[in-house]
Write a protein of this length. Sequence first.
Length: 139
Amino acid sequence: MRGSRGSIVALRGEFLRFALLGFAKTVATALVFYLLAWILPPQLAYTLLYVAGLVVVALVTPRYVFRVQASHSRVALLLGWYVAIYLVGISVVSLLDRISDSRAVITVGTVFVTAPLGFVGARYFVGKSRIGGLPRGVK
């Protein structure tokens, strides 16, 4: 039972750190996205901010959120996951842009869909308490 409780505590800590980092990153990028979406097509604004966010993800998520020193291959897998999330996100942006003129709806809707995907992938690829394993040969 102790191992189970420890896993729950670790997951809670990881989730809390991810949420805090994500909240700060999301507030900053959402504000800039909202402003940029007035002068650039929303898809372009989203893309520019997403690329900037990848740098933050690569540098901060393994060490701060999961308290691990991730190998380059794990960080590369994480960034690949975030590229997949980008594709989901840009699809959401495009869909919401077609059905709503509200930049707030586009912003909140996109974050609502993509944020949970970020945590799940980050935990799987760089978290120290991953569920399952990575493909053979990936350290």
